[in-house]
Design a protein around this ligand. Structure first.
Ligand code: ZN
Length: 296
């Protein structure tokens, strides 16, 4: 865990590289109540669903004081020193106290003994991905650096604050919420498998981002003997729902379900270095493909 926190700190040092000069920062700390995401998933085909009822709109800014005095180290040998004009918001979803959200072993000690906690895994992926994307020149905003659960409304508000700041600087923003899927409630290992990506209903720019991520997932996972899953009913690969993390951001926003935490074979894969690298690479490749396609 120490290494994990070191990584998070390392990433924090680069947060808001272009975004820490916000002039009208509120000094008022957040006072919103903590609301856990729901995790009532009982059917094989259901994704792990976030609570969509959490729609109150907190009106105070997060405390970003600690970030103000962080500086950007310059790597003279880095060919990617030139900063890109697209801010990447990475949301690592649930908190450590969110009920469920793990392998059946981690939740109810159902063998085989394969430990896996979604909040930890997604934070590790986001940390690794942030470092990779930062090296490619992207400003990164980690939406939920905390370990505890942050309300969807607050996460959405943070993203939209970045979107507005970026826009004022002539920059674009995209947002990706990173999760692991589940077919059950953790009481037993299930059979469902496959990587998937979600958008809101209807056609938006988010669908293009989703398609780029899906194509990248196929390219990365299939050679490794892993699978993707898609919803072809509406003519593209993404699943459509009304997840808050797809709906609230005022920018292209998708949610990725990075395979199933209650599928034995997939959890084994996710826990390997190869698996972690694959999940990071899917996002790196998909994001770059989308930005190139959009001409940003
Ligand atoms: Zn989740």
């Amino acid at each position: 865990m120490n290494q994990f926190f070191k990584e998070i700190w390392w990433v924090l040092r680069f947060l808001f590289y272009l975004l820490t000069t916000k002039p009208n920062k509120s000094a008022t700390p957040d006072m919103e109540e903590s609301v856990n995401d729901g995790h009532d998933i009982n059917e094989m085909e259901d994704p792990d669903t976030d609570d969509l009822n959490d729609m109150e709109d907190p009106d105070t800014d997060p405390d970003t004081d600690d970030l103000d005095d962080m500086e950007e180290p310059v790597d003279e040998n880095n060919e990617y020193n030139k900063m890109r004009n697209v801010v990447i918001c990475l949301d690592n979803g649930h908190g450590e106290e969110t009920p469920g959200k793990g392998s059946p072993w981690s939740i109810y000690k159902v063998p085989p003994e394969i430990p896996f906690k979604e909040y930890l895994y997604c934070r590790e992926i986001v940390s690794r991905l942030a470092q990779v994307l930062h090296k490619e020149g992207y400003p990164i905003f980690i939406v939920t650096p905390e370990l505890e659960d942050i309300t969807l409304a607050e996460r959405g508000r943070r993203i939209n604050e970045i979107v507005a700041d970026a826009k004022a600087k002539g920059m674009r923003t995209i947002s990706i919420s990173i999760h692991n899927n589940a077919a059950g409630d953790g009481h037993e290992w299930k059979k469902a498998y496959g990587w998937s990506v979600w958008t809101t209903r209807g056609k938006t720019t988010s669908d293009k981002l989703a398609q780029c991520l899906y194509d990248a997932a196929k390219d990365v996972l299939i050679p490794l003997g892993q699978k993707t899953r898609q919803d072809t009913t509406d003519g593209d690969a993404d699943y459509e729902s009304n997840f808050a993390m797809c709906r609230i951001p005022n920018c292209p926003a998708v949610l990725t379900e990075n395979m199933f935490q209650d599928c034995i074979d997939e959890v084994k894969f996710l826990n390997t270095e190869e698996g972690k690298n694959a999940i990071v690479e899917i996002h790196r490749r998909g994001i770059n493909k989308f930005i190139e396609m959009m001409g940003w």
